[in-house]
Write a protein that binds this ligand. Structure first.
Ligand SMILES: Cc1cc2nc3c(=O)[nH]c(=O)nc-3n(C[C@H](O)[C@H](O)[C@H](O)COP(=O)(O)OP(=O)(O)OC[C@H]3O[C@@H](n4cnc5c(N)ncnc54)[C@H](O)[C@@H]3O)c2cc1C
Length: 843
């Protein structure tokens, strides 16, 4: 018994020292006390085993060693210097463009998750969704009006373009200048407002939203607002805000996609003739592709590498990546041809130019910003990536949920609404979860940006997870709708999103790269408390100074690692029950504790991974990808818990929060498990595994929990409305989405009467065939009252319209012959008879 008590006491002392990052002298003192206790125990005969005798001897040596190492000079000589030498060759080298990318943006909540001891007040300080009265009015007014005017089918299929009236409406109402400050004629809306507005529009037309999204994301508007000269601001910003200039931004080329910094587009500083005068300028040659809005653009933002062989600017020959503004009607600019991205209709195309001369003051920010293009881009991207794609993806998830729950409740097979079948419950549960989590993460991230943060790592993880989940949501919605979702036409509300999914996956950093390289490999460098400083110190050409910085950081890093080892073990052994939770946690305190526990485990594995993989971090992408997934789940869980608090803790949402939290932690564990199973340094994996998973990994949420949230979402009401907030919703049965909503309400209202009718049909009292009015028959036979019969007849017709798919004349559908002079043929859309949705065809 005494032996057991001694072991527990010793363990607690060591854990306390480690978790509190005790100084070496405190460690030495702790070990001395333990050693003295062991000796006394041996003398008094309470401790017997040889291990205690060994401890009594080794403890003194260990304490003496630690005490000696507490002296700076000794520690530096015998510990830090060998580590410095060993790490110098193994840590990843950082190129100039990488450094610029790493220094762009800000670090915030991600650093708390990387640090293993999240400071809850930092998350608490992020504002809940807040809009000014003007922003709210814009969302409910012009945005809702734009949504009503957007006809997705007309855009996607008939015109294969955005119609003139939509362009006009968007320009006249200032949509193109949401991020341009009021001072320069824009709306000056917050990131949160922009995100909600973009989300709402995309829920109506994923294609149509691009014409608003692109001018309000990385491009001329944002670059001029942040970096432009006064003259550029005064000239361009009001014009951009009013839609008198249509911008596009060209970075990507045929040979520089993900590796955009390797671009071959060049500019050479030289004298040339501009407006008849000899002018200092840049001779530009470029070949860019995939450029959104390029076919319609009047103002081309261009990225190129700038050289100054004659040193006109006096800053060397290779000035680096530079950004310029080129009017598209400038002589030599080739623009206007179109790509067909995934068959979508938004304008996208290439642009080229050879030896095009532009004056030097067309460089964004003027000559003094020559060569700063990459930093400017990375800074904008760090914030911008948090807005557009997370907004449209969250809106996509909410839309897919809204339509799929309605359809699944309306559509019956085997005499049962398909939503009540367990097989359909599974994809519906995924949709419910994704809609809640993506909206939570969208909102909290947009609030961070509204508050001035540029969350580089969070924006990367959110970009890839939101677009990936959106892809899964669209696929689930298609499966739930069966053929109704597959057959395209004016009444189809899924195909537009389906076509746009690959675009979101690929732009603003293709997902595979963003997951495997940017989120964790670069994220660790940004968000780890010590790593970047250590690497900078190792690469410092002033070796002495570098070593000094390294030594200081190294001490902290070792204490950090030791504390994570102890913290992970302690919290995993105690199931996180003693981890911290914020005071406002309330009913979700358990999950906050689990988040703290998981963050400790993550900090441990992340730390060991970056230290042991070092330079291999960029190539071990299956490891970094899984670590990115684990970090992402921590972020989603943080967002879910915050959303619940921000929403005022609605009771009906608690089950959903439990469901999301359980699944986030399950996927988090899978990420870490996969990392450890495949960790290239096997001994480290063996050591980490019992610390992180002493009792194994967590399970996903149960089938029963899934059923509960799906049943709640199939019911029209507050829960479903909260889940799908801020997307375009109408109950107008003459609209394809409104028809669903209206029919859902009628379906629920007629449920009792419908049951009576079904019973009568099953018993054979009433025949349900095309040539028979079975509802009238049921009324005649007294199965239904006349009111019930009227309601069911209306519902039957509504249902027929809901399940109807469009039909086309075969000739009208024939493809245009390549090279034919006119635009794509307009197909006549005809709704399925007898329930032809004329309202839609007529739109
Ligand atoms: C519809 C559309 C609109 C666009 N709009 C614009 C625009 O307005 N302006 C603009 O400048 N660009 C635009 N782009 C370009 C877009 O940003 C690029 O397509 C994107 O950067 C990827 O480049 P890529 O297509 O050449 O793919 P590649 O770079 O060839 O990548 C192919 C695959 O390899 C992966 N990969 C590449 N490098 C790595 C790595 N180191 N580690 C792991 N995986 C890696 C990628 O993730 C991807 O899956 C647009 C593209 C599309 C399709």
């Amino acid at each position: 018994m005494a032996e057991f008590i001694f072991i527990i006491a010793a363990l607690l002392v060591l854990l306390a020292l480690a978790m509190n990052r005790a100084s070496l002298r405190l460690w030495a003192l702790g070990i001395v006390l333990l050693t003295l206790s062991a000796q006394m125990g041996l003398v008094h005969g309470h401790l017997h085993r040889p291990v205690f005798t060994l401890w009594a001897l080794a403890g003194w040596l260990l304490a003496a060693g630690l005490f000696a190492l507490s002296f700076n000079e000794l520690r530096k000589k015998y510990i830090v210097l060998p580590a410095y030498r060993a790490l110098k060759g193994s840590m990843p080298a950082i190129s100039q463009t990488e450094r610029e990318a790493l220094q762009a943006g800000t670090v915030g909540w991600d650093a708390e998750l990387f640090g293993g001891k999240p400071n809850w007040s930092k998350l608490r300080r992020v504002a809940p969704i807040t809009l000014t009265a003007e922003e709210r009015a814009f969302l409910d007014g012009p945005t809702a009006e734009l949504c009503k005017r957007l006809n997705d089918w007309r855009i996607r299929h008939e015109l294969h373009d955005i119609s003139e009236d939509i362009w006009r409406f968007v320009c006249d109402n200032g949509f193109l200048g949401m991020l341009i400050s009021k001072e320069h004629g824009g709306l000056g809306f917050s990131a949160q407002a922009q995100s909600l507005i973009l989300g709402k529009i995309s829920s109506r037309s994923p294609d149509g939203v691009t014409i608003v999204m692109v001018p309000n994301s990385l491009g001329p508007g944002e670059l001029i607002e942040k970096y432009g000269t006064d003259a550029q601001k005064e000239h361009f910003l009001p014009r951009l805000a009013r839609g008198e200039e249509i911008p596009c931004f060209a970075l990507t080329g045929p040979f520089s996609g993900s590796d955009a910094a390797s671009m071959r587009d060049i500019g050479v500083v030289a004298h040339g003739i501009h407006n008849g005068k000899d002018t200092l300028g840049v001779k530009l040659t470029w070949d860019k592709r995939y450029i959104t809005l390029a076919p319609n653009a009047t103002l081309l933002g261009l990225a190129f590498r700038l050289f100054d062989p004659e040193k006109h600017l006096g800053r060397g020959e290779d000035l680096g990546i530079t950004l310029a503004l080129v009017p598209t009607d400038h002589p030599g600019v080739e623009i206007g041809r179109r790509h067909l991205p995934a068959g979508a209709a938004f304008p996208n195309g290439p642009t080229r130019g050879r030896d095009v001369f532009i004056p030097i003051d067309w460089i964004i920010g003027g000559a003094e910003r020559a060569g700063q293009g990459w930093t400017m881009l990375m800074n904008c991207l760090a914030a911008g990536r948090s807005i557009s794609l997370p907004a449209t993806s969250a809106a996509g998830a909410k839309s897919m949920l809204r339509t799929s729950t309605a359809y699944a409740r309306i559509r019956k097979q085997f005499n049962l609404p398909i939503g009540f079948m367990e097989g359909i419950e599974e994809p519906l549960a995924r949709l419910v979860e994704a809609a809640y989590e993506l909206e939570a993460a969208r909102a909290v991230t947009a609030s961070m940006v509204s508050a001035g943060e540029k969350p580089a790592v969070i924006s990367a993880l959110l970009k890839y997870v939101s677009t990936e989940r959106m892809r899964a949501c669209v696929n689930d919605a298609l499966d739930i709708h069966g053929g109704r979702g597959i057959c395209d036409g004016p009444s189809n509300y899924i195909q537009g999103a389906y076509q746009m999914v690959p675009v979101g996956i690929t732009v603003e950093g293709a997902n595979i790269l963003t997951r495997t390289l940017i989120t964790f490999a670069q994220g660790a460098l940004r968000s780890h408390p010590y790593l970047f400083t250590e690497i900078e110190a190792l690469q410092n050409p002033d070796r002495e100074r570098g070593f000094e910085i390294f030594a200081e950081t190294f001490d902290n890093h070792v204490a950090f690692t030791v504390s994570n080892v102890a913290g992970a073990l302690f919290h995993n052994l105690t199931f996180g029950l003693l981890a911290s939770a914020p005071p406002h946690a309330g009913a979700t305190a358990y999950w906050w504790r689990q988040l703290a526990r998981a963050s400790r485990s993550f900090a441990l594995v992340a730390d060991i991974t970056v230290v042991l993989l070092g330079g291999g971090l960029k190539t071990k992408q299956k490891i970094t990808g899984r670590m990115a997934d684990a970090l992402t789940e921590l972020y989603l869980l943080s967002a879910v818990l915050k959303r619940y608090v921000d929403d005022g803790g609605p009771k009906p949402d608690l089950k959903l929060v439990d469901y999301c939290a359980q699944n986030c932690l399950y996927r988090f564990d899978q990420g870490l498990l996969g990392t450890l199973r495949n960790f290239p340094v096997r001994w480290a994996a063996w050591l980490m595994r019992p610390l992180v998973f002493p009792f194994g990994a967590r399970r996903p949420a149960s089938d029963y929990a899934g059923k509960e949230i799906v049943r709640a979402a199939l019911q029209p009401g507050e829960f479903r409305d909260r889940l799908t907030r801020d997307i375009f919703i109408t109950n107008d049965p003459s609209d394809r989405m409104g028809l669903l909503e209206y029919t859902l309400l009628r379906t629920v209202a007629c449920e009792e009467a419908d049951k009576k009718l079904e019973r009568a049909i099953r018993k054979g009292e009433v025949q349900r065939f095309h040539n028979n009015d079975w509802i009238a028959e049921a009324e005649v036979k007294g199965v239904l009252t006349s009111d019930e019969a009227a309601d069911l007849a209306q519902l039957r017709d509504l249902m027929a319209r809901v399940v109807a798919v469009d039909e086309f004349d075969a000739v009208a559908l024939a493809r245009r012959v390549p090279g034919a002079a006119t635009g794509p043929k307009v197909a006549d859309a005809v709704g399925a008879r007898p329930d032809r949705p004329e309202h839609i065809a007529a739109e």
